[in-house]
Design a protein around this ligand. Structure first.
Ligand SMILES: Cc1ncc(COP(=O)(O)O)c(C=O)c1O
Length: 404
């Protein structure tokens, strides 16, 4: 007799859905399709030769440790390098403030695991990162989204929402934000808004989760201090990853925060994977020790800046004019966000776009509740310059046909 899977599945897994983006990506695998859908880094930025050389050295000199189990907190030489890297960005941390994670997606899952009980309210941006939505949903959170503009989350709306929640006796567990070159919106939170956010969090005694995968990838303008560096009250936990500044394939990230919270991360992570692969940590620690990460970030910025500028120019050139279309102009990161008039549903026209051999991610994937259907996300790190030109021309045609 076949197993009745439904009767044995946990309510948790029943609550979880496949990632919309991964499902969409399946449709975009045809060779002819120019995909602005994924969030992949350009593999030309991966320092393959240096990693090959270091890998060989690690195996020969340190293989017995590198291939052994490691501490849940992470490999100490890597954490020491991370502390130096953070210091260049104004963040002071000691070893007990830093835990290595199996990239940021694991950190998001741990955030859910240690803070969310079913029904707990968490505050997120509108739109927000789809992987955070899945992670928090898997712990059955109730997401409350706060609208954004070009300077990030709207603080007046956040204050009003907190008052509203307080009236019904609800205290959110945390506020989750992606302050730099947000995924999906490309928005960067201004310094004033960051100050205000910390003030509001302080007044309401709330924790802030700062997710920061794109922070180092800035093409223009001045760096704005991170929430972690501005925090004086130990209420910010920051998530970082090597996925976009080095490569995603080793699945390496790290979390910085107050020691007593990092300790909870250690406990939760122990039950997940015991430790992040020590071999990967040893390789990346040596890469950092050689000071190579800065060179890699610099060349990645040169590569993506050209793509970012080209995509913005081509949107200006090809997109229908005077029809209410607008898009963000991110100063860094990997994505920009196109908003169409309300009459356009980007889920409906997705299949037409696929027929025209161009793909994007529908904006509706990025809402924790009450999705909006008139937006779409474009990635510019993965396609080539030529593909960006042709792909935006194709997308403009699809939008033009649907605006009439
Ligand atoms: C905002 C944000 N957080 C976390 C992640 C997860 O990245 P990773 O697990 O590769 O570190 C991503 C990946 O795109 C992201 O955009």
């Amino acid at each position: 007799m076949a197993i009745d899977l439904n009767s044995i599945l946990s309510s948790n897994i029943k609550n979880m859905k496949r990632s919309v983006i991964r499902e969409l990506l399946k449709l975009t695998r045809k060779k002819e399709i120019i995909s602005f859908a994924g969030g992949l880094p350009d593999p030309d930025t991966f320092p393959i030769n240096e990693i090959a050389e270091i890998t060989n050295e690690i195996l020969m000199d340190n293989g017995k440790t590198a291939l052994q189990y490691g501490a849940t907190e992470g490999y100490i030489p890597l954490r020491e390098e991370l502390i130096k890297f953070l210091a260049t960005d104004g963040v002071k941390a000691d070893l007990d403030n830093v835990i290595v994670t199996t990239a940021s997606q694991q950190a998001l899952d741990i955030v859910g695991k240690i803070f969310i009980d079913p029904g707990d309210v968490v505050i997120v941006e509108r739109p927000t990162y789809v992987g955070a939505i899945s992670a928090f949903n898997s712990y059955k959170s109730k997401m409350v989204g706060i609208e954004m503009d070009d300077e990030g989350m709207l603080m007046d709306i956040l204050s009003e929402k907190l008052i509203e929640l307080d009236k019904v006796g609800t205290k959110p567990k945390f506020i989750y934000v992606i302050p730099d070159f947000q995924n999906p919106g490309g928005y960067t939170m201004s310094f004033e808004r960051r100050k205000k956010l910390l003030e509001i969090a302080s007044k309401n005694n709330l924790l802030i989760i700062e997710d920061s995968p794109y922070r180092a990838i800035r093409y223009r303008g001045e760096t704005i201090p991170s929430l972690q560096s501005m925090d004086k009250e130990k209420r910010v936990i920051s998530l970082y990853t090597f996925s976009k500044i080095l490569f995603p394939g080793m699945r390496l990230g790290w979390v910085v925060g107050p020691a007593e919270i990092v300790d909870k991360f250690v406990v939760a992570k122990q039950a997940m994977d015991l430790c992040t692969p020590p071999f990967n940590q040893a390789i990346v620690a040596e890469y950092l020790r050689r000071g190579k990460l800065y060179d890699n970030i610099s060349s990645t910025i040169i590569n993506y800046k050209a793509k970012n500028e080209l995509m913005l120019n081509k949107l200006d050139e090809y997109m229908p004019k005077g029809q209410g279309l607008k898009w963000t102009k991110p100063d860094g990161g990997l994505f920009l966000w196109v908003t169409c008039p309300d009459s356009v549903n980007t889920e409906d026209i997705f299949y037409e776009a696929i027929k025209q051999n161009v793909a994007y991610v529908t904006g509706s994937a990025f809402y924790g509740e009450n999705p909006q259907y008139n937006s779409l996300r474009l990635n510019f790190s993965y396609p080539t310059l030529e593909q960006i030109d042709t792909g935006i021309m194709r997308l403009a045609k699809v939008l033009e046909n649907n605006l009439k």
